[in-house]
Ligand binder design. Structure first.
Ligand SMILES: O=C(O)[C@@H](CO)OP(=O)(O)O
Length: 205
């Protein structure tokens, strides 16, 4: 039985390009983001990976990434969209330029908001809070399917995927916060019957 789980962060969005805190805002992909998504689909096709179902967030950039990947793979998978997989909510920082925020609040404070485990940005979610909604969803909706032999593709976001990867790979908060996920770069996992990792191929490495 092939217990295949592939995670992909959406391609570059307009707000990634403008260096704005994005969170639950809904910008589209840039031209480069479209290319990244297509390349991700082509790569999975070249690797002869096949899927039974796909999951994505409630946000356009992740949904569109999945659609473009499917176009390249020539598939029409059943898709489940859920806001549990959305990006971390950046609260009051949403829409602010990341360099401007550093000038206003200081480099260290902004780093704490972006990459500490349990300090939320004002009015937003910490990675811990993000994990508290992503992981129950993963554990009830996605993992059981993978363990039952369904091959699953997940298109989501930098911080919602960090939460997933932290659990999957058994990483500490320090380890996961150092891990940056490239846009449109799939990570391929094959799991054993208990959800342990048998094989991991990170196309960014
Ligand atoms: O702005 C955001 O929503 C995220 C992802 O682009 O940013 P960060 O890398 O700062 O968590």
């Amino acid at each position: 039985m092939e217990r295949l789980l592939v995670l992909v962060r959406h391609g570059q969005s307009e707000w990634n390009l403008k260096n704005l805190f994005t969170g639950w805002k809904n910008p589209d992909l840039t031209e480069q983001g479209v290319k990244e998504a297509r390349t991700a689909g082509q790569t999975l096709k070249e690797m002869k990976l096949e899927f039974d179902e796909a999951f994505t967030s409630d946000l356009l950039r992740a949904q569109k990434t999945l659609d473009l990947m499917q176009e390249e793979m020539g598939t029409d998978l059943p898709i489940t969209r859920d806001q549990a997989l959305n990006e971390r909510d950046y609260g009051d920082l949403t829409g602010m330029n990341k360099d401007e925020a550093r000038k206003q609040f200081g480099e260290e404070q902004v780093h704490i908001w972006r990459r500490s485990f349990d300090v939320p940005p004002p009015g937003g979610e910490s990675l811990k809070m993000t994990a508290e909604r992503v992981l129950p969803y993963f554990d009830t909706e996605i993992l059981p399917r993978v363990l039952a032999g369904k091959r699953i593709l997940v298109s989501a976001h930098g911080n919602s995927l960090r939460a997933l990867i932290m659990q999957l790979e058994g990483l500490t908060p320090e380890q996961i916060l150092k891990r940056e996920l490239g846009t449109g770069t799939p990570i391929i996992y094959r799991l054993d019957e208990e959800g342990g990792i048998v094989e991991k191929i990170d196309l960014a490495e």
